[in-house]
Each structure stands twice: as C-alpha cells, then as structure tokens.
Design a protein around this ligand. Structure first.
Ligand code: UTP
Length: 289
C-alpha cells in the first residue's frame, strides 16, 4: 500500500532571467496566462490530485506569490457590494485553506536539486509531488492527478515524460529505459542534459514529479552536476536500485512558459478554450499571418 500523496513542493526561487526586464521586480511565476498567474495553475492542478499541503521554495522578490493565496477581505467586500458574483467566485477560488502553505527560502539559486533540498523539513518521511510552475499543462485529467494515479498503481517514483526531437534532449533530464510498457516506462537510469549522441533515449522529464522522501538524503551530499548545479535528476537516479521508478507518458499538452515563445503560445491556446474570449481571439489572429 502506497502512502497517501498529500504534499507538494513548488520551487519558485529561480531568477527568471529569460523574462527580464518583466521579472526585475515581479516573480516569473506571477506572470498571467489570460487572467491567472502561472503559480495558480500549478496549485489548482495539485489540489485536483488530492494535494493538501504546499511548500513554496522562494527567494528575494517573491513575496507576492504567497500573498496571492491569501483571503482578500476588502476586495471580496467590494465585489459583493457591486454584485460581481463571477469575479467574487474566481477571487475566492484563489485562496488556500489556513495552514496549508509553508515557505522556505533558498537564498542562493543553486539549482533545482538544491531548491528541493531546502524543503526537507516539510517533506519529512512522506512522498511528495514537485511542480515547476513554468511548465503549464493543458490536460483533460490534470497532469499531477495522472501521476498520482500511476503512483498508487506502481508505488515509488513517477515522473511525467514526453518525447522530444533528439537535437533538443540536451535541455532535459533523459530516461534510460529498462522496459517500455507504453503509457508507463520502467527506468534503469537518468541522465541530465546529455549531448544528443550520448542520450540513452529521447524520452525527457517535464516539470511534474512524484518522488519518495529518500531523495533528500542524496540531495544532502550537494554533488554538483550539469551546469555546476545540484541536479534533482542526479539524486533521483540514485533511488533507482532500491525503489520502483517509472516514467509516465502523460496525456495532454505542455507549454514551456519559462520561454517567451512557449508563454505566448500558452496565452493563445488557453484563450481559445475560454468561451468569453475564443471568438475575439479567432477573429484577430488571422490579421497576424
Ligand atoms: P529555470 O531553469 O527555468 O530557471 O527553473 P529560472 O531561473 O526560473 O529562469 P531563467 O532560466 O533564468 O529564465 C525551473 C524552475 O526551478 C526553479 C525556478 O523558480 C523554476 O520554477 N528554481 C530553479 C529554483 O527554485 N531554484 C533554483 O536554484 C533554480
């Protein structure tokens, strides 16, 4: 029986340099897609998978992220007085229950693995999900829910994966496949950012994970990997000899909102799903061909 998955760690301490100057005083994770910040998409997705406790790994200039999940009494009152029921519902849906958010500071952005290690007290002895909010997912079944279901089926670690063209594998953590069962892939190794000619496959890890707490022990060694950073992929690879480890070909689409073109595409794709916007977006888009 797998332990219930109730915790998520959301690393948000990165500098977001690819979006400067927008991210000079604003956290990248607060950039909106249509009318919701990236961080809220990630939190909503996690809640839909049964996550109840959230840990944001933050740094300087990121306080707005935590405030976003507060109750905003004055705004609620104003919207109530003006009978703006839809907006009131959207506002209320953005608050998290009392006591469900913890924050830890990373201070120096030394890499994703280091960010996760900073959440070690929060993780304790429990399995946990990791969501990178700049990977924005569009899935019928929320991506973290797909991972959680797979975790309850297989036990152990499960990471969301997708195939990329070989010339792009050097940007991702890559799976060394033991057995490809279609939707689920059992894994015998992981390599972070390999050159194309050294990559064991083109199946790459995206920003959604379910990881066992033992990963923290390997992260504590602070071994530096690709790019001189403490890499989560390297620590997860050390779990493979002793724990189940699977890749899940998730169903849906990912938008890399850490990248400008990916972020712009997400705006269009999400706007086209919105009944209040789809028609006007369809009308103006052809003007830019
Ligand atoms: P990125 O690799 O996109 O880095 O981080 P970044 O600093 O946010 O953005 P650029 O490349 O400078 O434009 C992926 C995720 O990991 C977090 C980021 O906040 C983001 O959610 N992260 C990264 C940390 O929390 N700490 C780190 O040391 C590195």
């Amino acid at each position: 029986m797998s332990k219930p998955l109730r915790k998520a760690v959301l690393p948000v301490a990165g500098l977001g340099t690819r979006f400067l100057p927008a991210t000079k005083a604003l956290a990248k994770e607060m950039l909106p897609v249509v009318d919701k910040p990236l961080i809220q998409y990630a939190v909503d997705e996690a809640r839909a998978a049964g996550i109840e406790q959230f840990c944001f790994v933050t740094g300087r200039g990121k306080t707005a992220i935590v405030e976003h999940f507060d109750v905003a009494y004055e705004l609620e009152r104003t919207l109530q007085d003006r009978n703006k029921d839809d907006l009131l519902a959207a506002l209320r849906a953005s608050a998290l229950p009392p006591g469900s958010i913890a924050t830890v500071r990373q201070q120096v952005p030394m890499g994703l693995g280091h960010a996760i290690w900073c959440a070690r007290s929060f993780v304790g002895d429990d399995p946990f999900a990791i969501l990178l909010p700049d990977d924005l997912m569009m899935c019928d079944t929320p991506c973290t829910k797909q991972l959680a279901d797979a975790y309850y089926e297989t036990g152990g670690n499960v990471v969301a994966v997708e195939e990329v063209p070989m010339e792009r594998v050097n940007r991702y953590g890559v799976l060394d496949i033991a057995e490809d069962k279609g939707r689920l892939v059992s894994v015998k190794g992981l390599v972070e950012k390999p050159p194309a000619d050294k990559a064991p496959s083109n199946l790459t890890i995206i920003g959604r994970y379910v990881v066992m707490p033992e990963v923290i022990g390997f992260l504590s060694k602070m071994e530096k990997g690709a790019g001189g950073e403490v890499q989560l992929t390297d620590a997860m690879a050390k779990l493979i000899p002793t724990q189940p480890f699977h890749g899940l070909r998730y169903e849906g689409r990912r938008f890399d909102c850490g990248d400008k073109a990916g972020y712009l595409e997400a705006q269009i794709a999400f706007a086209l799903k919105r009944p209040d916007l789809a028609d006007s977006v369809r009308e103006f888009l052809p003007r830019y061909r």
